[in-house]
Design a protein around this ligand. Structure first.
Ligand code: FMN
Length: 169
């Protein structure tokens, strides 16, 4: 049996939670990724971009929107040599403007996911997965994309048990 990978994108800093601004020391998706790591033996990989988005929420949303409209592929701070040894990949990201942050597109385009199982999880403030599942399927045509888990980002700490049930399915 191959190994399991938890690959996720997450941004600490100012964020919007249930209608007001909060400072997050650890991003919501990273909290979810850590819960998953507590329930399954896996390697962790943080998808992180060289050109960081602003800590300021409003500025970040503008930067991310611009990147999405220009369909850019941000350069990542680190890459895996290969994903050959993994057969299951938990893929986590925040919903950015209706889909994944563009850095996750960079990550998915870099490797061949043929024959792999992808288990997506998203944190969001209302839009759940948006178009991200269709986007993952387009970028990873040979992969099996299993039913994902959608997490209300502001309440991520209340999802530990839900995450456990989903991981063990
Ligand atoms: C740039 C940006 C765009 C966002 N767009 C959406 C959106 O379209 N729909 C939604 O429900 N939440 C949206 N959000 C909220 C995030 O998905 C949510 O706060 C998420 O939990 C953040 O995860 P993180 O802390 O791991 O980065 C957006 C947040 C940011 C910063």
């Amino acid at each position: 049996m191959g190994k399991t990978l938890i690959a996720f994108y997450s941004r600490a800093g100012e964020n919007y939670a249930n209608g007001s601004k909060v400072m997050l020391e650890v991003g919501n998706t990273e909290v979810a990724a850590q819960y998953i790591a507590g329930f399954v033996e896996a390697d962790m990989f943080k998808i992180d971009q060289v050109k960081k988005y602003s800590e300021d929420y409003t500025e970040c949303t503008a930067q991310a929107k611009m990147d999405q409209s220009m369909n850019v592929r941000p350069e990542l701070t680190q890459y895996l040599d290969s994903i050959d040894e993994y057969d299951t990949i938990y893929l986590g990201f925040p919903n950015y403007w209706g889909t994944m942050p563009m850095a996750v597109f960079t990550f998915l385009e870099r490797y061949d996911f043929t024959g792999k199982t992808i288990r997506p999880f998203v944190t969001h403030e209302g839009s759940m997965f948006g178009d991200s599942i269709e986007d993952i399927k387009k970028l990873c045509p040979g992969a099996t994309v299993e039913e994902g888990l959608s997490i209300h980002g502001a309440d991520v700490r209340g999802y530990r048990f839900t995450i456990k049930k989903w991981v063990n399915r």
